[in-house]
Design a protein around this ligand. Structure first.
Ligand code: NAP
Length: 284
C-alpha cells in the first residue's frame, strides 16, 4: 500500500493509540490536540504536530477526528483556525468520534460543498482493541469515500463495515452503546447481588466467564471490579453522552430509560471514572 499522509485530531484515550498504529504502519502522521501536553508522546514517536486543525487538514490526505462529542466536532470544524477555515479540497475526513447522526449529516454536506469527503466511522472496542488494531468500525457515507478509506481503516479494525449513508455509522454505534450500558449495569447488579449473599466475587466471575454468558466485556470489567480499578478505558461521562444522543433519536424503551437515569446519577459522582464504576454507584 502506498503511504498516505495522515492527520489525527484528538489524541485522548482512543485517539493516541490509533494515531500511533498508523505511524507504526509507516504512514507520515500529523497530530493535533487541543491540550498540547497530549501531543508529546506522538511527537516523540516521530509524528509532526500541527498548531491548528486547519493546518492538520492542509498537510494531510486523510484526516481522522477522535474527539469527545458534538461540541468538540463543532469546535474542530467551525472554531478559529478550524477545518472550515483551511479552504482545502480533495481531502477525506473520517470522524471516528461517537457523535449524533445529525452532526455527521450536516458536516458531510458542508465537506462536499468544499470539495472534500466525510465519513462517520465510530468504533466498538476500547483501548486494548485500539492498540491491537482489533476495533469494529461502522461506516456511514458514500461508497466512493468508503473505498478510499478502507485500506487505512483495516489497519485499525478487525472488521470494517459500510452501514449506509452519512450518519448511519453513528446510529449503529448508539444502538451498540445502548446495549453496552445494559451489560455494564447488569454485570454490576449481578456482582452486587452475589456479594450481598456471601458469594465471593472471584467465584461468581469464574462461573459467569465459563458459562454461556461469558464474554470479553464481562471478563475485562469483572477483573476491574475485582481489582477495584476504575481507571477510565471508557469513561462514565461518555456513556451518559451516548444515552442522551440515543434518547434524542427517540429511544425511550424501558431499559433505556432506567439506564439513562442510573448512569446520570453515577456520572454525578464518578463521571471521569470507567463505565463499570456504575457498580460503586449501585452499591451505595
Ligand atoms: P478522551 O480521552 O476524553 O479524549 C477526548 C478528546 O477530545 C481529547 O483529545 C480532547 O482534547 C478532545 N476534545 C474534547 N473537547 C474538545 C473541543 N471542544 N475541541 C477540541 N478537542 C476537544 O475520550 P476518548 O475515550 O478518547 O473518546 C473519544 C471518542 O471515542 C468519544 O466520542 C467516545 O465516546 C468514543 N469512544 C471511546 C471509547 C473508549 O473506550 N474510550 C470506545 C469507543 C468509542 P483535550 O485533551 O484538549 O481535552
Amino acid at each position: 500500500m502506498s503511504k498516505t499522509n495522515i492527520g489525527w485530531i484528538g489524541l485522548g484515550t482512543m485517539g493516541a493509540p490509533l494515531a500511533q498504529r498508523l505511524l507504526d504502519a509507516g504512514h507520515p502522521v500529523t497530530g493535533y490536540n487541543r491540550s498540547k501536553e497530549k501531543e508529546a508522546a506522538l511527537k516523540a514517536a516521530g509524528a509532526s504536530i500541527a498548531s491548528t486543525p486547519a493546518e492538520a487538514l492542509t498537510n494531510t490526505d486523510i484526516l481522522f477526528l477522535m474527539v469527545s462529542d458534538d461540541r468538540a466536532i463543532w469546535d474542530v470544524f467551525s472554531g478559529d483556525d478550524g477545518l472550515l477555515s483551511a479552504k482545502a479540497s480533495g481531502k477525506l475526513i473520517i470522524n471516528m468520534s461517537t457523535v449524533s447522526p445529525a452532526i455527521s449529516r450536516d458536516f458531510a454536506t458542508v465537506c462536499r460543498e468544499q470539495g472534500n469527503e466525510y465519513l462517520d466511522a465510530p468504533v466498538s472496542g476500547s483501548v486494548k482493541q485500539a492498540q491491537e488494531g482489533q476495533l469494529v468500525i461502522m461506516v456511514g457515507g458514500t461508497a466512493a469515500a468508503y473505498a478510499k478509506a478502507t485500506p487505512v481503516l483495516e489497519l485499525l479494525g478487525k472488521l470494517v463495515l459500510h452501514i449506509g449513508d452519512s450518519g448511519a455509522g453513528n446510529t449503529a454505534k448508539l444502538a451498540i452503546n445502548l446495549l453496552l450500558s445494559f451489560h455494564a449495569q447488569g454485570l454490576a447488579e449481578a456482582v452486587i447481588f452475589a456479594q450481598h449473599h456471601g458469594i465471593k466475587t472471584e467465584d461468581f466471575l469464574t462461573i459467569m466467564n465459563n458459562g454461556a454468558l461469558g464474554n470479553v466485556f464481562g471478563k475485562i470489567k469483572g477483573d476491574a471490579i475485582l481489582n477495584d480499578n476504575y481507571k477510565p478505558a471508557f469513561a462514565l461521562k461518555h456513556i451518559v453522552k451516548d444515552l442522551r444522543l440515543a434518547k434524542a433519536e427517540g429511544w425511550n424503551t424501558p431499559l433505556a430509560e432506567v439506564a439513562f437515569q442510573s448512569f446520570q446519577e453515577a456520572q454525578a459522582r464518578f463521571g471521569e471514572e470507567d463505565i463499570i464504576a456504575i457498580k460503586k454507584q449501585l452499591d451505595g
